[in-house]
Write a protein that binds this ligand. Structure first.
Ligand SMILES: NC(=O)c1ccc[n+]([C@@H]2O[C@H](COP(=O)([O-])OP(=O)(O)OC[C@H]3O[C@@H](n4cnc5c(N)ncnc54)[C@H](OP(=O)(O)O)[C@@H]3O)[C@@H](O)[C@H]2O)c1
Length: 318
């Protein structure tokens, strides 16, 4: 295996069994204690494979608690943990829950979730607003912004936001210009970027600031990039990625992840696997590099961001 330092492990799927992914196989149900054991084992497996960047959040069920438990037995100077605040998990590990998560971008929520996340220090290096949008006005909330700036100074954290929705780029542009004490407040941006939603592509090529860290999530477009009959309109994309997967002797997941690595200047690209075999398959993206004409071919499969996010909204929790 080549250098895998570009990869991070996202912990959403090990923290809660339910999400909006199009699954290749039905979600296996198990007791909460074996779910927890599996999650801890995956963290260790990823670490043993060389992964040092882990992304978590209190909104991901038990994920942040798993991280807290796991780092107690795995002290490592090289660990880099990113957590978030802003979502509360409410599904109680039930797929049929009416409400899976509740968003609240208030100073009270920041303070109460920080009180738990700070247990991850000193491995906690990155602290993000979970899904910053214009609707919650969080980027205009001075008490929140001042508190984040205080945490940045006191603990040496890199402060970030995660973005979601068709206007991700506009949210990025607003956030990247926010300053506190004469310095940019947000240096890390966890964005959705993949073969279908390439809205960040051209902008990031123009951004040459080495201090700006871009972390890619949803590289597999919530499973929509795996060839399946539910999405007839993506058959041409599926042909392209299947063809490349054959050439490089990897799965389509590795092609989708490699596209992100080769087409934008990413700091990390997240794998969200919860099964070891899926993580192994994802990490095969480290074994090859796409050629310029192959990247160009994949770039032609971008869809309109509004269409992308409308379709994503219709995916069901399962
Ligand atoms: N800030 C936000 O709002 C936000 C939103 C989404 C994600 N994230 C972050 O990004 C991380 C990654 O999330 P993601 O949505 O991008 O995850 P992802 O990599 O697309 O993984 C999601 C699912 O894809 C499945 N998968 C991966 N490789 C596979 C393969 N080879 N064959 C079949 N299935 C495969 C995994 O199944 P198994 O579970 O069975 O392995 C996993 O549950 C999250 O964990 C989280 O940290 C953040």
């Amino acid at each position: 295996m080549k250098d895998i330092s570009i990869f991070g492990l996202g912990t959403a799927a090990i923290g809660r069994p339910e999400y909006i992914n199009i699954r290749q196989e039905p979600n296996e149900r198990c007791s909460l204690s074996s779910f927890e054991k599996k999650g801890l084992a995956l963290l260790q497996f990823a670490f043993d494979k060389g992964i040092r960047y882990f992304d978590t959040a209190p909104g991901y069920g038990m994920a942040e608690q798993l991280m807290i438990k796991w780092i107690k037995n795995t002290p490592s100077n090289s660990l880099e943990i990113a957590s978030k605040w802003g979502y509360t998990y409410t599904a109680d590990f039930k797929t049929n829950a009416k409400i899976h998560e509740v968003k609240e971008h208030s100073i009270e929520k920041l303070n109460s979730q920080w009180n738990v996340s700070k247990t991850l220090l000193p491995s906690l290096k990155y602290y993000q607003i979970h899904s910053a949008t214009f609707e919650t006005q969080v980027l205009n909330n001075d008490s929140v912004l001042n508190r984040l700036s205080e945490l940045k100074d006191k603990y040496g954290l890199v402060i970030g936001i995660t973005t979601t929705g068709f206007n991700q780029v506009e949210v990025f542009e607003k956030a990247v210009n926010i300053e506190k004490n004469g310095n940019r407040l947000f240096d890390l941006f966890q964005i959705t970027y993949n073969i279908f939603d390439q809205s960040f592509g051209s902008l990031l090529h123009k951004t040459k600031d080495p201090k700006l860290k871009i972390v890619v999530k949803e590289a597999l477009a919530n499973g929509r990039l795996f060839p399946n009959n539910q999405f007839k309109h993506y058959q041409n994309t599926y042909k392209s990625i299947n063809r490349l997967a054959k050439i490089y002797d990897v799965g389509v997941d590795a092609i989708a992840l490699r596209f992100c690595i080769d087409s934008i200047p990413a700091f990390k690209v997240l794998s969200g696997a919860s099964k070891t075999e899926h993580l192994i398959s994802n990490l095969k993206a480290a074994n090859f590099k796409l050629k310029p004409d192959e990247i160009e071919e994949l770039q032609t499969h971008a869809v309109n961001p509004k269409q992308y996010w409308t379709e994503r909204k219709q995916l069901k929790w399962n």
